[in-house]
Design a protein around this ligand. Structure first.
Ligand code: IPE
Ligand code: IPE
Ligand code: MG
Length: 248
């Protein structure tokens, strides 16, 4: 079970504490320019770097991004290898600066299916940034919402523990950060594609046609402005709605 997550920065009012993003549209961005799909993924890393900077500036506490789904293995081998190589390259290029800026990295997902080279790289990057507490950056890699629920239930069953909403939440791969407030999907598709199935029960959803490599500060501001106009009720009536879920 992951350690509790408490220490990250106080997010100002109107700004989501935890932002999650399905970074979709890299392939189409590249294809529109007659470039190989992996060129779009490379530009996607640039968009992620800018998003991290924006989160630091806005004092967002947690950023959770979908980088590789448990279904993305079904893509052509060339693209899968390109994505794995890009992950290794991005880690070596980005971790020193992330470390310097107070970003703590996590890689929720099924690491046992990754090559030892990749798995060790993820372990090392997590360890290397483990003293940081300005922003938690979850890069979901070989992640699937169904995998997460099964592995959580399995942990509880193996430990002989009762399955409750709380114990299951505490066993998910995102238990260290709490549920997302805002989930953005770029690239125009109106679906979750097996991202945070359990955790997004009461998350505000925002869909945009903007392709991920084009997603910039102006687009982020638009998403947050839309979010700040929403009324989150968590099943309560309007007049009683608080900004946090209330339990009986
Ligand atoms: C999202 O972009 C990144 C990954 C799934 C790894 P896509 O590669 O899905 O881009 P489109 O949807 O084909 O444009
Ligand atoms: C979701 O995008 C996964 C990631 C962004 C990593 P996909 O492109 O894989 O989703 P579908 O296939 O359009 O549902
Ligand atoms: Mg896609």
């Amino acid at each position: 079970m992951a350690e509790p997550f408490l220490s990250f920065s106080q997010t100002p009012k109107g700004i989501p504490r935890h932002v999650a993003i399905v970074m979709d549209g890299n392939g189409r961005w590249a294809q529109k320019r007659w470039l190989p799909r992996v060129a779009g993924h490379k530009r996607g890393v640039d968009a992620l770097r800018n998003t991290v900077q924006w989160c630091l500036n806005q004092r967002v506490s947690v950023l959770t991004v979908f980088a590789f789904s448990s279904e993305n293995w079904k893509r052509p081998a060339e693209e899968v290898t390109g994505l794995m190589d890009l992950l290794v390259l991005a880690l070596s290029r980005e971790v020193p600066s992330l470390k310097q800026h107070g970003v703590r990295l996590y890689f929720p997902g099924n690491r046992s299916e990754l090559s030892p080279r990749i798995a060790q790289g993820l372990d090392a990057a997590e360890a290397d940034t483990s003293d940081n507490n300005r922003l938690a950056l979850n890069v979901c890699f070989n992640y699937g919402g169904r995998w997460d629920m099964v592995q959580a239930a399995r942990q509880l069953a193996e430990a002989g523990l009762e399955i409750t909403e709380e114990s299951l939440s505490n066993s998910t791969a995102l238990s260290h950060v709490g549920d997302p407030d805002l989930l953005i999907r770029t690239g125009g598709e109106l679906r979750i594609s097996n991202f945070l199935l359990w955790q997004s029960a009461y998350t505000e959803l925002y869909f945009t046609d903007c392709l991920w490599p084009d997603f910039d500060e102006a687009e982020l501001n638009k998403a947050v402005s839309d979010y700040s106009s929403r009324q989150r009720r968590f099943g309560q009536l309007v007049e009683h709605a608080a900004s946090e879920p209330r339990h009986a």
